[in-house]
Design a protein around this ligand. Structure first.
Ligand SMILES: O=C(O)CCC(=O)C(=O)O
Length: 280
């Protein structure tokens, strides 16, 4: 993570990393989704509050469980849970030692797909699962989301939106702003190309805008990470991993470990080597 990226992530609470995935990685991920279209379900996280502007004719499309899709379709998703290029970003914002939080999922949208109310913990009170601090020259965050775009998004299309800088906000966000009814100028619909990766902090106010592009559909993979001592959502494997986890590399398995500190497997920058320091 270079100095420009650190400045922007600290300032905005999110960062776009252009051309993060190669064309072949994007193609493999898209091919896996195309081959499993029948698995697309409806968003189980539907929430518009009382908004009249986030409404649509149908819910966001959602794929889950990609890590256990039949081979070869699970493979590209297993690979991105420990993407070599993501390691320096996660080390810079979580410190060494971080873990997968939630199961990865895919969001899709086509014309008139509804949005999702804006949410995010901000800094108006300390929330230990989703926070932002800067101390001793280092940023630290609760859960963060790495969003991989598999299709182009232009500003105004809809999809992921954020209120830049809101991870540091000191007052609760009024519901009419969260419902996208007023002050829309503070809400940014992040444009990105297929292959770009967007990191955002769960403390940053974010949500989904209704999809308005008839020509283009949304396809985003969301992979979430918490620091090694924290877990936000249910779904880690304890005391024993399920059988399919044995098919993963040691590095991939290391990010499925439950939250703890002592003797934790830590990933080296090569994305392959796992070490177990005896003490922190
Ligand atoms: O990428 C988006 O549209 C926002 C996703 C989100 O915050 C959610 O589904 O909880």
């Amino acid at each position: 993570m270079n100095d420009r990226e650190k400045f922007l992530f600290d300032l905005q609470g999110f960062l776009v990393v252009p051309e993060f995935l190669t064309h072949s990685e994007v193609d493999e991920l898209n091919a896996a989704v195309d081959a499993n279209m029948e698995k697309c379900g409806k968003d189980d996280n539907h929430n518009l509050g009382n908004s009249k502007t986030l409404v649509g004719t149908h819910r966001r499309g959602m794929f889950t469980g990609m890590l256990t899709w039949p081979k070869p379709w699970c493979q590209p998703f297993r690979e991105i849970i420990v993407h070599k290029k993501a390691i320096p970003y996660l080390n810079a914002i979580h410190g060494r030692g971080w873990r997968l939080d939630h199961s990865p999922f895919i969001l899709t949208a086509d014309m008139d797909t509804e949005g999702l109310i804006l949410h995010g913990s901000t800094n108006h009170q300390f929330f230990g699962a989703a926070y932002y601090i800067y101390t001793n020259g280092q940023m630290r965050c609760g859960m963060v989301v790495l969003q991989y775009q598999l299709a182009d998004v232009e500003e105004g299309d809809g999809g992921l939106c954020v209120i830049p800088g809101s991870h540091k906000a000191n007052f609760p966000c009024p519901s009419e702003i969260r419902e996208w009814e007023v002050n829309r100028e503070v809400v940014y619909n992040i444009p990105a190309k297929a292959g770009d990766m967007i990191i955002f902090n769960e403390a940053t106010i974010h949500g989904t805008l209704p999809w308005t592009n008839r020509e283009r559909e949304r396809r985003s993979v969301l992979v979430r990470y918490s620091p090694k001592y924290l877990h936000y959502a249910g779904g880690y494997y304890e005391p024993e991993f399920p059988e399919w986890v044995n098919e993963l590399t040691e590095a991939q398995r290391s990010v499925l470990e439950p939250p703890y500190i002592y003797n934790r497997p830590l990933l080296e920058d090569d994305g392959q080597t796992v070490v177990r320091p005896r003490a922190e």
